[in-house]
Design a protein. Sequence first.
Length: 160
Amino acid sequence: MDLRVVDWSKQFLDRLKGVTDPQKKRIIIGSEFIEAFKSEAKNISNTKFLAQGTLYPDVIESGAQASAESASKDLTVGAANIKLHHNVGGLPAELGFELVEPLRDLFKDEVRVVGEYLGLPEDVVWRHPFPGPGLAVRIIGDITPDRLEILRAADEILID
């Protein structure tokens, strides 16, 4: 599998400098996420898709319309916007790729059942998800490398 790791931390920090509003942070993170993907995709021939692990709670909290399949779960369709998620309401309108979200209609416990069914390693299926983009909104005020390190260390202590 041709996995690519892109360090976009400078671009994220530059764009987030001085931004304190959590919703604005989420929108910037979504936009920069796509820019990072587009930048690397230029190096891969015939890139057509962006696959991401959006889960149903992301959709609900972002107030996005649920799919017909999700609606069959008898949950509120088009819930109130609790917060944007960088991968739902935070994405720019024009992606330039087809968005693939195979887990969009599933809750985390359902995703873990799928992972077990597929035979994924237990430590992968049951690992605690790292907040990733959520770090920026957990920091009150300006985001700095020092504040990110403190928060990462605190998160690790909590998980341990």
